[in-house]
Structures are given as structure tokens and as C-alpha cells.
Design a binder for this molecule. Structure first.
Ligand code: NAD
Ligand code: ZN
Length: 361
């Protein structure tokens, strides 16, 4: 059976296109009373973003904090806060949610849009296709490029029991606004780590056993763009990285990621290490599986004078390694994509534990 792949319905791309936000969302309002909620990464609190958003009387800006990657508890709190705001205005549900920020803020916006129309808590929906009701209209405005969260059908959440996305067709944004001007001030390290998330998506997709022409077409273009951005630094790097992220996301959506992502999920679950940097730390130890990709990745690090964090946790305990290994091993499709149907014979628990020890000590 082939997957019937849900894509983002509307995309606007171009320098300055953020200025069209009001125009775009006003078509979803039926009166001045219909509300839009803007979830914006609080890194922008002192920027001019607020002044560029036209607020109507029931609208609200909610500054969101992404020091920690999104947790189910935070989603539930934000959802309750928005319901309270709407109750105070006696205005029912908002007409839409607009998420502005990196992968974390985009995921928060997707999850809140889902939870405003579905009962219970967000942890109940971590998994595949558990969502019952369509989300509120939701718009994503990336300010950091690489994760592909702008195109994916998941919102990655850490819950009380697991780090797992809410994967569903309803999760996908209705509209994305890709304005390369919004990523120009990203601090260099973050730019590199999140950009490498995209590069690694491409390597894992293109070398995987799930590869097909759909994924390959997007993956190859994305990889070329990453090479330009991180090795040649063309003038339009921001435009190119934004499109690389989109294409990389499209590539993995119809194939899968691989070993680096599986191990990085474990690191993030136990140590809270963020996705981009976690992937870089792991990928640097995967010569045996992605020789060419890892060697090019190191070239990119050199070109951009990036040094990875080291001595991450010299005192890591046996128990912590066991938990990380369990999280990583649980991601079966990722291993199967990377190593084929017999992956369990190749990637043993001992092998993963020894990789983690090398990375952490
Ligand atoms: P992020 O959103 O966690 O942000 C990293 C840092 O950059 C934060 O401090 C943020 O405030 C800051 N930042 C964002 N935009 C900025 C800008 N323009 N200028 C200055 N600072 C800025 O980073 P990310 O790498 O984009 O996203 C990682 C998150 O995405 C993780 O939570 C991960 O789980 C998730 N993710 C989701 C998907 C998906 O398909 N849904 C895929 C991969 C990763
Ligand atoms: Zn990723």
C-alpha cells in the first residue's frame, strides 16, 4: 500500500513575504471579532515582529519559550491559557493559530492547534493517527531553517513516558510563510546545528533502504543546496537554506531518517540535548555507516569554524545508557530504513551502548 501523503496546502516564499501575513489570515476571519492567536518564540520579544502584526480586538500574542524542547505539559498549559483568553472574551474558539519561530515554536503551534479541537491531554495523542478531529487552521512561519517541521505531519513532543510526535494528517500546516529575511540573525552555531539537521535528513534518506524516486528527487536537491550553503556561502544562502529545509522535509516524509536520528532521540530524552546539536554530536561518530556524509559534514564544520561540544557527560551511568539505548532501539522504522529488514542482527544493544559511551565520555 502506498502512502497517501498530505502536504501543506498553501506556501508563500520570498524575501519580505511575511508582510503578507495579515492579508492571508484575514481571509479566514469572518468578522472583526474572530480571533487569531500568535505563538511567537520569545527570542523575538524585543524585535520589531510585534509591530509587524496587525492585531484585532480578540487576537492575542503568546510568547513561547523554547529553552526546553516542547513538552506535552507545556502544550496543555498553552491550550488552557488560550481557552481562558477566549472565554474572557466570550468568543468561542479562535479562527486560527500562527506559529512563528524555529522547529520548536512551529511544533508548539501545531500541537496547540490540534489540542484546541481534541479532548484530553496532548500525551494521549503521541503516536500515529490517534487524533480524531481536524485542527484549527494553523500557519507556520519559520525563523530558523533545517528541521523540515514546516512541512512534516508531526509535532515532536516529550511526554511523561516518551519522546514521540503527534503524527497525523491534521498536524500538517494549512499555510506556511517562507521569508528568508526572518532567518538572517540566527546565531552562527544554531544556524549550523539546525542546518545540519537538514543535511543529515538528506544523507539518511538518500542512503536508506526506503528510498524511492519521490524522496530521492527532493533529497538530492536539498543536499545540493546544503553543499552550496555550508561550503560555498553564496549571497542568497538564507533563501537556499530555507528551500533546503523544505525539500529535506519532503524527502524524509516519504522515506525515513536513520541511525543518527534514532541515537539522537535517546540523547535528547535522557539529557535534554536539543535536536540539531544532538544530531551533530551523534553523526560525528557514524563513519562506519555514513562514511561519505560524515566526512563531508566534518568539512562543513571546518569551513564554518564549528567545534562540537565534548565531554558531554563523563559520569554517564549504566542506567542512563540503558534508557537511551531503549529509546533508540524503539524507533524500529529508522533502523530498518538504515540497515534493512535484518537490522537487529547488525545493530545490537551492545553496539549502541558502546557508541553512546564513546560520544558521552
Ligand atoms: P529551536 O526552535 O529549538 O530554536 C533553537 C534556538 O534558536 C532557540 O533558542 C530559539 O529561540 C532560537 N531562534 C529561533 N529563531 C531565531 C532567529 N531567527 N534568531 C535568533 N534566534 C532564533 O531550533 P530548531 O533546530 O529549529 O528546532 C528544533 C526542534 O524542532 C526540536 O524541538 C525538535 O524536536 C523539532 N523538530 C521537529 C520536526 C518536525 O518534523 N516536527 C523535525 C525535526 C525537529
Ligand atoms: Zn531531524
Amino acid at each position: 500500500m502506498f502512502r497517501n501523503f498530505k502536504v501543506v496546502s498553501q506556501v508563500v516564499f520570498g524575501r519580505g513575504c511575511f508582510n503578507q501575513l495579515d492579508d492571508i489570515i484575514s481571509k479566514k476571519r469572518d468578522s472583526d471579532a474572530s480571533a487569531m492567536i500568535f505563538l511567537i518564540d520569545d527570542v523575538f520579544e524585543e524585535s520589531d515582529i510585534k509591530s509587524r502584526i496587525k492585531l484585532l480586538k480578540n487576537d492575542e500574542i503568546v510568547w513561547v519559550n523554547v529553552d526546553d524542547e516542547p513538552k506535552t505539559k507545556y502544550i496543555d498549559e498553552l491550550t488552557a491559557e488560550i481557552k481562558d483568553h477566549m472565554n474572557q472574551k466570550s468568543a468561542g474558539l479562535p479562527k486560527g493559530i500562527v506559529g512563528i519561530g524555529g522547529g520548536s515554536a512551529l511544533d508548539l503551534a501545531k500541537a496547540v492547534a490540534l489540542m484546541l479541537t481534541n479532548p484530553g491531554g496532548s500525551a494521549d495523542y503521541q503516536g500515529w493517527d490517534l487524533i480524531k478531529n481536524p485542527a484549527l487552521y494553523h500557519v507556520g512561519v519559520p525563523t530558523l531553517s533545517g528541521t523540515g517541521a514546516e512541512v512534516s505531519r508531526t509535532t515532536v513532543l516529550t511526554g511523561p513516558e516518551k519522546k514521540l510526535g503527534i503524527n497525523s494528517d491534521y498536524t500538517v500546516f494549512d499555510q506556511i510563510i517562507l521569508d528568508p529575511e526572518l532567518i538572517k540573525d540566527v546565531p552562527k552555531k544554531q544556524w549550523f546545528y539546525t542546518g545540519m539537521d537538514c543535511y543529515i535528513h538528506c544523507v539518511e534518506s538518500l542512503t536508506g533502504t526506503y528510498l524511492n524516486t519521490f524522496s530521492q528527487s527532493f533529497g538530492e536537491k536539498s543536499l545540493d543546496l546544503c553543499r552550496e550553503v555550508f561550503l560555498e556561502h553564496p549571497e542568497d544562502s538564507d533563501d537556499k537554506l530555507m528551500m533546503a529545509s523544505y525539500f529535506g522535509g519532503m524527502s524524509i516524509a516519504y522515506s525515513q531518517v536513520g541511525i543518527c536520528h534514532a541515537l539522537s532521540y535517546g540523547l535528547s530524552y535522557v539529557f535534554g540535548i536539543h535536536h540539531g546539536v544532538g544530531n551533530c554530536i551523534v553523526f560525528n561518530y557514524l563513519d562506519e555507516y555514513y562514511a561519505e556524509g560524515v566526512s563531508e559534514f566534518r568539512k562543513m564544520m571546518g569551513k564554518n569554524s564549528i567545534e562540537l561540544p565534548s565531554n558531554i557527560c563523563p559520569d554517564v551511568t549504566k542506567k542512563q545508557i540503558e534508557i537511551m539505548t531503549g529509546v533508540a532501539l524503539g524507533l524500529e522504522p529508522l533502523w530498518e530504513n538504515a540497515l534493512g529488514k535484518n537490522w537487529k542482527k547488525i545493530m545490537t544493544r551492545e553496539k549502541i551502548e558502546s557508541l553512546y559511551k564513546k560520544m558521552l565520555r
